[in-house]
Design a protein around this ligand. Structure first.
Ligand SMILES: C[S@@+](CC[C@H](N)C(=O)[O-])C[C@H]1O[C@@H](n2cnc3c(N)ncnc32)[C@H](O)[C@@H]1O
Length: 281
């Protein structure tokens, strides 16, 4: 397949205005992060003292977070593999009966090896790793990457969660370039490639949880999403699974082999060959 430079389609993303330390103890870490991300570092203050329009990266004892400024701002957005929604899902989430598990092909002892090419906050990757899958995650946004790295580091301190996150590897990469290069070099394809690009922001705003708006502002619409499907299929994994909002058109207008309806969306499965016949790379 000829290489098309989709990265000339610049991602529609944004960056927080600054890094904010929680207290004097966190200033050194905040300054290092600010230098790494080439952002200014603010003096210690609470986010409600900031302009409502200002989004900051908050270096906080409970973990790195994106936080909106102003007094009525929604809560921080951080990666938390140990507590909250993901802990609940790990303990009571329905295991291999979940639609994502069926779409990926988790069944009995079979736990496919997955490339999650659009890692985001790592929630889907964590669900799959909790089911036993090895998950390689790709993320291109440097701030999302920092949130993920921080979440993975904190998870290492938890004896129950650490064995799960040990199955998750994170790489900063543009998914198109990564998959294209790997395929060109003859690297064996992963059994499953999972894509969950950000859908353009057309849903009614009430449907998007307030705190997640901050994440959507950061990431923008993933305008190269259609190209990801083509390059993923060209690498010839056993299957490519695409997460879509319930009523969204198929990625690249390409009909899948089957669709599984989930609670918050659907999973389009592009099956190329049986998972059972696949040799593990
Ligand atoms: C909707 S979020 C994924 C959410 C994720 N499935 C989860 O469970 O948290 C999409 C993420 O994919 C990343 N992304 C989109 N296109 C990408 C690409 N071509 N290469 C690498 N990362 C990409 C975006 O930066 C964003 O963080």
């Amino acid at each position: 397949m000829p290489y098309s430079p989709v990265n000339s389609l610049q991602p529609d993303w944004s960056f927080p205005a600054a890094v904010l330390p929680y207290s004097a103890e966190w200033v050194e870490q905040a300054e290092a992060l600010a230098a790494q991300l080439q952002l200014p570092c603010l003096p210690v203050q609470t986010p409600d003292q900031l302009e409502a329009s200002q989004q900051v990266l908050w270096v906080h004892p409970q973990g790195l977070a994106i936080q909106q400024g102003g007094r009525k701002a929604p809560g921080p957005v951080r990666v938390d593999f140990v507590e909250g929604a993901l802990a609940h899902r790990r303990l009571y989430g329905g295991g291999a009966g979940q639609q994502i598990a069926k779409a990926i092909g988790v069944k009995g002892q079979r736990c496919p090896q997955v490339l999650d090419a659009t890692a985001g906050l790592g929630r889907d990757a964590f669900v799959l790793a909790a089911l036993g899958c090895q998950v390689q995650m790709l993320e291109r946004h440097p701030v999302v990457l920092a949130l993920l790295q921080d979440g993975l580091q904190r998870a290492q301190q938890d004896p129950e969660v650490a064995p799960i996150t040990a199955r998750m590897q994170l790489l900063q990469a543009h998914a198109y370039d990564y998959m294209h290069t790997q395929a060109q070099q003859g690297a064996p394809a992963p059994q499953v490639i999972y894509l969950d690009p950000m859908f353009p922001h057309t849903e009614k705003s009430a449907e998007v949880k307030k705190d997640m708006k901050a994440f959507r502002t950061l990431v923008g619409a993933d305008r190269d999403a259609d190209a990801l499907l083509a390059v993923a299929l060209a690498w010839q994994p056993c299957r490519v699974v695409v997460k879509r909002p319930r009523k969204a058109p198929c990625l690249a207008g390409q009909p899948p082999s089957l669709s599984l309806e989930g609670k918050s969306g659907r999973f389009d499965v592009y099956a190329l060959r049986s998972l059972d016949s696949a040799e593990l790379p």
